[in-house]
Design a protein around this ligand. Sequence first.
Ligand SMILES: [Zn+2]
Ligand SMILES: [Zn+2]
Ligand SMILES: [Zn+2]
Ligand SMILES: [Zn+2]
Length: 370
Amino acid sequence: MADKQISNGTCAYCKETFPKNVIKRHLNTCKERQAAQEAASQKSRTKKERLFHLLVEGRGLPMYWLHLEVPASAKLADLDQYLRDIWLECCGHLSAFRIDKVSYSISPEEDFFPMGFPGGNDPLGGMFPMMPAPLPPPPPELAPLLSMDIEGLFHKYLAEQRAKVGDETAEAFFQAVLKRLIADMTDMLEKTLGAAIMNDLKAELNVDLKKLSAKDMLTRLDALEQEAIQEAESLPPFPLLFDDFREEDMGSALGDVLKVGTKFDHEYDFGSTTELTLKVLSEREGVALGKKKAPVVLLARNEAPEILCEVCGQPATLVCTNCNWGGAAYSNHGAVCKKCAKKHKCGDEMMLPIVNSPRTGVCAYGSEWV
Ligand SMILES: [Zn+2]
Ligand SMILES: [Zn+2]
Ligand SMILES: [Zn+2]
Ligand SMILES: [Zn+2]
């Protein structure tokens, strides 16, 4: 499996391959990188600034890694965008960094609906318009009552009364019809609603109602109500039910929230989440090599781990999302080579390409239509 392979990676400057554990040392001495830095500082109108050296890894997937250089002035949103571009983006899911006790998330209002939320200004209201809660199904005992055809019965009794009509008044004629109808309904109420109430009481009090006095029953019901109120009051206040991360957007500059040694996390897609761990390895003063709008610079990247065809053991090129839900980086279940893909039972439309990303085979990552 992929995680047993020695994880090699390529230096973005000299394009040479190094094992993961020595590439940091190489990056500090790479002649090509030094030349690039030299060239940047020769340009006119350059100013030196703080530059962070970051290591990014897939959580639980250390064979996927990136060495990045990012100015301390760059925003968390810039880093998020870079990670999306190189590793993550499939369908514009939400994402967040967690640094210490703060969660910095992409503000969906600004980033996903530039024209504002479809449902108005309230983000949740727009996404999830308030739907009336569905009614719970009626207890089965009530089914006969609810399906009682009162109109049908009325017409039936009306026809029967008509057949034997004499010289009674119109009022007496209809009273006779209604009497039968009310008798039917009373009977049905006793049988069905009565049974439903008795069953509820029996379940609640857990006692034979025939042996319980009415007064005792009322005392017990009052006690149960008090218990329920106390239980509700003893729960922690609403927000404490959730973890105590403070929420912010990604407008912060890296230099304001990170320092050398800081370890932090990134999550993309809160459904089929891809989790990354990040660490600030070091910092230097220098001229940034990136652009103002794309300030993140790639220093080195892992080579694609080999994921083998589950059927024949040759390198796999596709993974079936019907067979593998967690992603091909974790397991080669459903991974197939080109040849074996033709014989795979689930069909073409379930296949995603295997790519060099911890998100390979997850959601729609790598498919042509995203
Ligand atoms: Zn190099
Ligand atoms: Zn997706
Ligand atoms: Zn194969
Ligand atoms: Zn399949």
